[in-house]
Design a binder for this molecule. Structure first.
Ligand code: CTP
Length: 411
């Protein structure tokens, strides 16, 4: 269970939408208030069919905000002020309809308007029938909202009011309290605030002609996860990404590129930075003289492609100089003798750390969701257990944060 002490004095704006689970939101208000949280509530029209405004008002000991057009509410408390005076917006229950309106950016009632106008973090607790939750539309809306940084707790599996079983039940009030405490704990832990980071991710595409290109199987998962993890610790992150199927991670500035030369230019444009993490699988070579005319089968057999070397982005960023980031981290994908090759690579590229991994067929690393890595620094090597790429990213970001805190203390 998360430490609830952090909740004292926090301000939550609770949006109660129209679902049977709304009754649990009354309990949620009580549990939050017991922990010193000020709760202000917005009740949708449908929400008011499930819980009475009077109950919400009694429990929050505040006005219940319901109507976008109510002159009194708008003069006493505009929707902008409602969100300005909150540290976190919590939507519980978050119905399929409200999630859809949030995803579409609609502002057709007070709840949707507040959620569109806010610059505060938003946590949703979805609650709906299992088929509504599993519907492609709801799933797409949720994925989109999460890619924009919306946080989620639940839904849980269980028997629902409609007597069906499956995911769709709103998280229990105490689980929501835990998620809120977890959010505030994380928000307080921002050791990289004020630091700038560049992260490269994904493959590069090197044109052969206007329709064909050379590429590789990198999914970008590890690099994107690192960008998100650094941002979560407070860094201002520029993610320079080759073509991937991944959504842009929340909280990062993303530059989309195709070729190695474009990647280098985007990285250089993002300087100065304190941290650079080169996780991209950059093509080592490009086709020399790839032009804007499609290669034709002219009966003379396959064309001879002349390759020329691409710039090495990691080595370029590692080069000593005023603009060199204080910490440059590279990756080494090896298929045997991992540590020896990776250690040599660290020296050759001139970077500070190397994250080495075995990408031999069968390890599932390339394109997979897990990674087994070794962190090689000047003063030694650590082997990490196999973890999800998100967990590797979180641990690497913590190591980066520790490096800067240590450095700072030493000064
Ligand atoms: N890298 C880069 N620019 C390149 C090539 C690689 O920035 N043109 C970076 C990668 O992002 C990674 C590291 O360098 O951080 C990998 O080095 P590389 O020499 O490409 O190693 P491998 O891909 O492991 O290949 P090889 O063992 O053949 O050197």
């Amino acid at each position: 269970m998360a430490d609830h002490a952090i909740l004292a004095g926090k301000r939550v704006l609770l949006v109660i939408a129209g679902g049977i689970a709304a009754y649990k939101s009354l309990e949620l208000i009580r549990r939050l208030r017991e922990r010193g949280v000020t709760v202000r509530a917005v009740l949708t029209e449908a929400g008011a069919r499930f819980v009475t405004p009077l109950s919400v008002q009694a429990l929050t000991e505040d006005t219940v905000y319901r109507d976008l057009w109510s002159l009194t509410d708008e003069s006493e408390m505009g929707h902008i002020r409602l969100s300005r005076e909150a540290d976190l917006l919590v939507v519980a229950p978050a119905t399929a309809n409200l999630l859809a309106r949030m995803a579409a950016g609609m502002a057709d009632d007070l709840a949707a308007t507040v959620l569109l106008a806010t610059d505060k973090p938003v946590l949703v607790a979805p609650a709906m029938n299992v088929r509504m939750w599993q519907h492609a539309a709801t799933q797409a809306n949720m994925t989109l909202l999460e890619s924009r940084g919306v946080l989620r707790v639940g839904p849980n599996d269980g028997v629902m009011a409609c007597n069906e079983f499956g995911p769709g039940r709103m998280a229990e009030p105490m689980e929501i309290v835990d998620a809120i405490a977890g959010f505030f704990a994380e928000a307080a832990h921002r050791p990289l605030a004020g630091r700038r980071a560049i992260v490269t991710s994904g493959p590069t595409h090197e044109p052969i002609d206007p329709v064909r290109y050379i590429a590789n199987r990198s999914s970008g998962r590890q690099g994107h996860a690192i960008a998100a993890a650094l941002a979560k610790l407070g860094a201002a992150v520029t993610l320079v990404s080759g073509p991937t199927r991944l959504p842009d991670p929340a909280g990062c500035r993303v530059t989309h590129i195709e070729t190695a030369r474009e990647m280098l230019a985007a990285c250089e444009a993002a300087l100065p930075a304190d941290i650079a993490v080169c996780a991209a699988a950059v093509a080592d070579w490009r086709v020399d003289g790839a032009g804007d005319r499609k290669l034709k089968k002219d009966g003379g057999g396959p064309p001879a492609l002349a390759l020329t070397e691409n710039p090495d982005i990691l080595a370029t960023l590692s080069r000593p100089g005023e603009r060199r980031p204080a910490l440059v981290v590279g990756f080494a994908a090896e298929t045997g003798d991992v540590l020896a090759y990776a250690t040599a690579k660290r020296a050759r590229k001139g970077c500070d750390w190397i994250v080495a991994n075995d990408v031999s067929p069968g390890t599932g690393t390339f394109g997979g969701s897990d990674n087994t890595v070794h962190l090689i620094r000047a003063d030694g090597m650590e082997s990490w257990p196999t973890m999800a790429k998100d967990a590797v990213a979180a641990r690497l970001a913590e190591a980066v944060a520790e490096h800067f805190t240590k450095d700072f203390k030493a000064k």
